[in-house]
Design a protein around this ligand. Structure first.
Ligand code: HEC
Length: 130
């Protein structure tokens, strides 16, 4: 969001006039509280957005050749991920340990736990979008 500096000055001036009647400490407390709420809202939105993005980019980098970007490609004998009935735990270990004889690579050797969990969450989301 872009701020117009003149508008900000007008708002600050208005607030200062409004709070002149109150003790200055009350104004500071109020301002601090508003700042906390503002930054908290910003940062939590941003991090959930980032998590989604990296799960998606990990999937696109590693998995789309066989599973497709929507999980339905079924190339090289891969199952349709939108129809998977595995539990979250079993999905995580399917990604971590793979199924080398059937063509699913084991990603536990290449990726960290956090990345594997992001991939699991991303894969589980295919079912909800059905
Ligand atoms: C080379 C092709 C290939 C790639 C790349 C691949 N998979 Fe697979 N995947 C398969 C095959 C084949 C199976 C079926 C394995 C089996 O039947 O045991 C499978 C099974 C799965 C399953 C189990 C689904 C179920 O319901 O049984 C999950 C989850 C999965 N893959 C996720 C992923 C993720 C996440 C990636 C990327 C990190 C990935 N796969 C990359 C081929 C692939």
């Amino acid at each position: 969001m872009k701020f117009n500096p003149i508008l900000v000055l007008i708002i600050i001036d208005f607030l200062m006039n409004f709070f002149k009647t109150l003790p200055i400490s009350a104004f500071c407390g109020f301002a601090f509280l508003m700042l906390c709420i503002f930054f908290n809202a910003c940062s939590s939105n941003q991090s959930s957005e980032q998590n989604k993005l990296s799960g998606q980019s990990l999937f696109e980098e590693n998995c789309t050749i066989c599973h497709g970007s929507d999980g339905k490609l079924m190339a090289a004998g891969a199952p349709d991920l939108t129809k998977s009935i595995l539990s979250p735990e079993a999905t995580l270990s399917a990604i971590e340990l793979g199924s080398p004889q059937k063509g699913m690579p084991a990603y536990g050797k290449r990726l960290g736990k956090e990345e594997l969990e992001k991939l699991r969450d991303y894969v589980l989301n295919f079912r909800k979008n059905q």
